[in-house]
Ligand binder design. Structure first.
Ligand SMILES: O=C(CCCl)NNC1=[NH+]CCN1
Length: 328
């Protein structure tokens, strides 16, 4: 089988939300290659923590409670959720898991309550970091992958317009040129890979360092790189500065933003300057940068700001996982 589902950006491309059918309900979930739990708002939550989201009905006929199973998760941005576990049929654009662990929230943090466009998350990292106790559950991809035409999924994220995820096949209309594959280190449960040198702007190679180990994370809005690369970038943006009150680099919204080219698997991938204007700060006609320092996160994260510039293939067809990128 295969699946194809639209990926609809929230405001400022903060996250990408996809329709998922669970039993007879359709919920809109944030597909997240940086985590491994499929969790949903549910009827078990206090109404004070729900702001218009669709709630999974744990009393529906097809939902089977997994007694004694619980979960609790916290994300890199400090948000979190917790609850209990059911099994139900989950259909993503035609790819169907007949008995998928659906983690019903009993509580969510304020970030999720206020994210009114999302009814939960669908984790697409490795099942080794699933947070269900006493027994970790498989991700949707792990549950269905043996039944897919090919054991892979792809992400085509667009700026300010619908993109898509596919399961089981590569859509050759979504990219130009060839796909560059590179090995994945999933020892920490993420789609980890090694990135090489970088160049700021279209000029010659002006980078000195290399980026090193990184993760591909559709659940993170921005791109977080080592300090040297980030300082090198903003040195080319007039009027930019680090704002401790805003918690990152900002610049005049009228600033001209250079592109950033990153070498992965020996191929240079260009992130256009426009990707680095994330959102207005709300003060002084300054804008918040889509590129920020990785200090304090512990990971270099190629989030949506990068992934919008490429077609990404998350591939387990070779036995060992690999990730592929192509220009789009
Ligand atoms: O938690 C992370 C970072 C992993 Cl290093 N990404 N996924 C996510 N989901 C919601 C917010 N962020």
């Amino acid at each position: 089988q295969t699946g194809t589902v639209a990926a609809n950006p929230e405001q400022y491309d903060q996250a990408y939300i996809c329709p998922v059918t669970i039993g007879s309900q359709t919920l809109h979930l944030d597909f997240d290659t940086g985590s491994s739990d499929l969790w949903v708002f549910s009827n078990l939550m206090p109404s004070s923590e729900v702001d218009g989201q669709t709630e999974f009905n744990t009393n529906s006929a097809g939902a089977t409670k997994k007694d004694g199973y619980t979960w609790s998760i916290s994300y890199g941005d400090g948000s979190g959720a917790s609850g209990v576990v059911y099994a139900d049929t989950v259909n993503v654009g035609g790819a169907t898991a007949t008995s998928q662990a659906v983690e019903a929230a009993t509580s969510v943090s304020s970030e999720f309550t206020s994210d009114t466009g999302s009814d939960g998350l669908l984790g697409l990292a490795f099942s080794s970091i699933n947070q269900v106790k006493p027994t970790p559950q498989t991700t949707f991809f792990d549950t269905v992958k043996s039944s897919l035409e090919a054991e892979l999924f792809t992400a085509d994220l667009q700026s300010n317009g619908p993109g898509s995820y596919t399961f089981g096949y590569i859509d050759s209309s979504k990219y130009t040129g060839s796909i560059t594959y590179t090995a994945v280190d999933n020892s920490q449960g993420f789609w980890g890979f090694t990135a090489g040198g970088y160049t700021v702007g279209g000029g010659g190679s002006n980078s000195t360092g290399t980026i090193g180990s990184a993760i591909a994370d559709t659940g993170t809005s921005l791109m977080y790189l080592p300090t040297a690369a980030v300082q090198s970038y903003y040195s080319q943006v007039s009027g930019s500065s680090y704002s401790s009150s805003q918690g990152g680099y900002i610049f005049p919204c009228s600033a001209s933003l250079p592109s950033l080219t990153v070498s992965i698997g020996g191929h240079g991938f260009v992130v256009p300057g426009s990707n680095f204007n994330y959102s207005p700060t709300g003060s002084g006609n300054t804008c918040f940068g889509g590129l920020q320092e990785n200090t304090g996160i512990g990971f270099t994260i190629f989030g949506d700001v990068f992934l919008r510039a490429v077609y990404a293939i998350f591939d387990e067809t070779q036995g060992s996982p690999r990730i592929g990128f192509a220009a789009q």
